[in-house]
Each structure stands twice: as C-alpha cells, then as structure tokens.
Design a protein around this ligand. Structure first.
Ligand SMILES: [Zn+2]
Ligand SMILES: [Zn+2]
Length: 349
C-alpha cells in the first residue's frame, strides 16, 4: 500500500509499505479520508517525535477485515475512528481528565512503525483498546463528515468545561474550522457569540455558523462591542482558538468577574505571559484549558454531526491526494484566505 511517511522535520515521503498485519482482536480499515490537524502539523514541522511515522488521526474509511474475536463490526461497515480511548478506571479518568490517562496516551491506530494515527495511508490497523471509539457512519452521511467527529469532540469537550447559561455572551477568538465549530455549538446552547478573526471571509462564515456579532482584528472597538453586547457586564467567557498571548490577555481583561478564559490553541510549551494574579483571586476570573477529546461525548458528537445540527460540510475547503500530503500540511500550516479544513483522501486514488 502507499503511505505518506514522516522521515524527519518537514520531510514527508510517499512510500510503499506492507498493509498492516491484523490480529484476532483488530480491524483493518481502508482509509477514505483523513483530516489534517494542527497537532500533527506541529509534530511534522518541528520534528518533536522520532521518525519514521505515519500521521493522520481524523480518519474515516471502510472495514475490510474483522478479527475473529471482534464483535459488532462487519466487512463493509463505513466507520469513523478514534485513536485514543481512556481506560475510564484510573485516577485521572475518575476525575474526567481523560487526556491525562496513561491508556489514553497510547495510540491504537497504525499504518506501520510507531503507532501515530496512520490516516495518511491506504490502510490502518485498529487495535482492540480503541475499538470502543469506532463509530459507524450512517448511509446518508459522507466519509468526510465522519472524519470530522474527532475535532468536533475536542470542541464539545471544551464547551462542557465552561459554566454557561442561555443568553450569555462569549467571545470566540479565531474563526478557523475549530473556532467556527465553537461558534455553532455555543449558539445551539443559546449562547450569544462575538466572533473575531483577521479574515473578513471567515467572519462571514461565522455569521452562518451562528455568531451574533463579528469583529475584524486588528481594529478598535472590541471592548465597546463587548460592553454593548453584555450591557456593561463583560464577557461570561472567552475561548482563545488562536495561539496568541496578546489575544488571550486582551480577552481576559474583557471578562466579567467570575468569567472564564479558555485556552484552546496554546499547545507550545515554554511561553510565559504576565498576568495580574488579583484578576484571578479577587475578580475570580478562571483560567482553563482543554485538550483532546472526551470519549464519553462520542455519541452526542455523532448525533450533532450526522444530524447536521452542526453541519461540518461548509468547513471542508480542500482535498488532497495521498501523494500530496506535504502540500496539504503546508497549506494547513499557512492557510490562505479561502482555506479552512483540509483533508487528505487516500481512498480516492
Ligand atoms: Zn485532531
Ligand atoms: Zn484512565
């Protein structure tokens, strides 16, 4: 089979690999589509993990082999995959900190080499411990919609970490695919969203995804807008879906007392920023982060996406063949004005 193999920083090569061997507890899935995710981009660009690997974890495809001990799946099933599943039983899981669970940190899907997702290839082996995360895609929905379950899950998990009431005013900074998902999921909850971005085209889409107000940055007037929208109270929460310290600090200042700041894109370690601790202690402004998915939300995520209450189709703007994976990654790392979610489509060649 063909796969896009990571051979070192910024070095992805299309190579021929053996189709993964599967055991009695595994599935073999023929990949249709795999989303390009910022976490993979970082690993590929900065070389933070050892090569060789096959990345890609927002994967959907068709079951082509079912291990003798696997129940509930048949050859021909169209499925969306999840590469991390928590044990639900350890200290972290009992605290619902699933992303910190040791079992969760193991990757259960591979196209060969050290398991790393494997979606940028033609076939993946799905190991027993991640089978509970495999979701069947209804016949009316596409593989592309299936590949979006994982990112939607990470967004719903973050929304659930916030204490929001209907009518609340929340800033969503950054209207890329993730920010747009936040906007829509918050709107479904009855929250009024102020959406900001550097690109006017994205703000237009943010309106379609339910933003009540939009604000183009850089530009004055955000604090006036917040004041008007919240009748002088300030933001109930702000979600920072861009890796910018300045944006996070500006938003923190616009929170009401007891409001919450959610960091969703600050994944690079080692940055430091200065914050008035009294804004946390006296003003009770919470600082939160959210990372990765919550397995227990999977059914709800599938319902939202497959019913198209959260219609992910307008978020998908580019599709690349498997041998164009490095072009797909480069575009996702530096998106053009019209680029949102970018997919690699091994199944179409
Ligand atoms: Zn992802
Ligand atoms: Zn656990």
């Amino acid at each position: 089979m063909r796969a896009s193999v990571y051979r070192g920083p910024n070095d992805l090569r299309t190579e021929t690999l053996p189709v993964p061997r599967t055991g009695a507890g595994d599935l073999l899935v023929k990949v249709s589509t795999c989303g390009v995710c910022p976490t993979d981009i970082k690993k590929i660009q900065y070389g933070t993990v050892t090569p060789p690997r096959v990345f890609g974890h927002e994967t959907s495809g068709t079951v082509v082999r079912v291990g003798a001990r696997v129940r509930g799946f048949s050859v021909g099933d169209r499925v969306a995959l999840h590469h991390h599943i928590p044990c639900l039983d350890c200290h972290f899981c009992r605290h619902r900190a699933f992303a910190q669970c040791e079992t969760y940190k193991r990757t259960g899907i591979t196209a060969g080499f050290e398991p790393s997702g494997g979606g940028f290839s033609e076939y993946v082996r799905v190991m027993p411990f991640v089978l509970p995360g495999v979701v069947k895609i209804p016949s009316k929905n596409s593989f592309e919609e299936g590949a979006m379950l994982e990112p939607v899950n990470t967004v719903l998990k973050a929304v659930r970490r916030l204490n929001l009431l209907p009518g609340d005013v929340v800033l969503v900074a950054g209207q890329g695919p993730i920010g747009l998902m936040f906007t829509r999921l918050l709107q479904i909850q009855g929250v009024r969203v102020i959406a900001t971005d550097l690109l006017a085209s994205r703000l237009k889409l943010a309106r379609r995804f339910g933003a009540r107000w939009t604000h183009l940055v850089p530009g004055d007037g955000l604090s006036q807008l917040v004041s008007r929208a919240s009748r002088g109270l300030g933001l109930d929460a702000a979600i920072i879906a861009v890796p910018s310290d300045a944006v996070a600090l500006e938003a923190q200042a616009l929170l009401r007392g007891g409001g919450q700041l959610m960091l969703f894109a600050h994944t690079k370690r080692g940055d430091v920023f200065k914050l008035d601790p009294a804004s946390v202690c006296v003003d009770e402004k919470d600082f939160l982060g959210s990372y990765s998915a919550d397995f227990t939300l999977q059914k709800e995520v599938a319902r939202l996406v497959f019913s198209r209450r959260l219609d992910v189709r307008p978020l998908i703007t580019h599709r690349f063949a498997l041998d164009q994976t490095s072009t797909a990654v480069a575009l996702a790392a530096r998106p053009t004005e019209d680029a949102l979610k970018i997919l690699v489509t091994p199944g179409s060649c």
